[in-house]
Write a protein of this length. Structure first.
Length: 113
């Protein structure tokens, strides 16, 4: 059974830092690009960052320069380091294995003023 499980969310003040982690089980992540997405209340789910099998990264405009995606294929994890957080970063953050239907259940990130 394939599972993607996010962790590391929480409540943080604006300007703060959080590190999200996605742990995969039941599948080898090294064969796939991985991504982080987020969904704020009342909004559609949107792309945040991705990392290819070779480690090439891509970011949406909003988090660019503030967020860093990384992967550890040996541990089957994909992390999202988030710095200089803003209230508009508040959302549920989801891990996704690109090109598949596999999504995690999400972790809540709340950034207060």
């Amino acid at each position: 059974q394939v599972q993607l499980v996010e962790s590391g969310g929480g409540l943080v003040q604006a300007g703060g830092t959080l590190r999200l982690s996605c742990a995969a089980s039941g599948i080898i992540i090294s064969d796939n690009a991985m991504g982080w997405y987020r969904q704020a209340p009342g909004k559609q789910r949107e792309f945040v960052a991705s990392i290819t099998q070779r480690g090439n990264t891509g970011y949406a405009d909003s988090p660019k320069g503030r967020f860093t995606i990384s992967r550890d294929n040996a541990k089957s994890t994909v992390d999202l380091q988030m710095t200089s957080l803003k209230p508009e970063d508040t959302a549920v953050y989801y891990c996704h294995m690109n090109g598949t239907t596999y999504w995690g259940r999400g972790t809540q990130v709340t950034v207060s003023e």
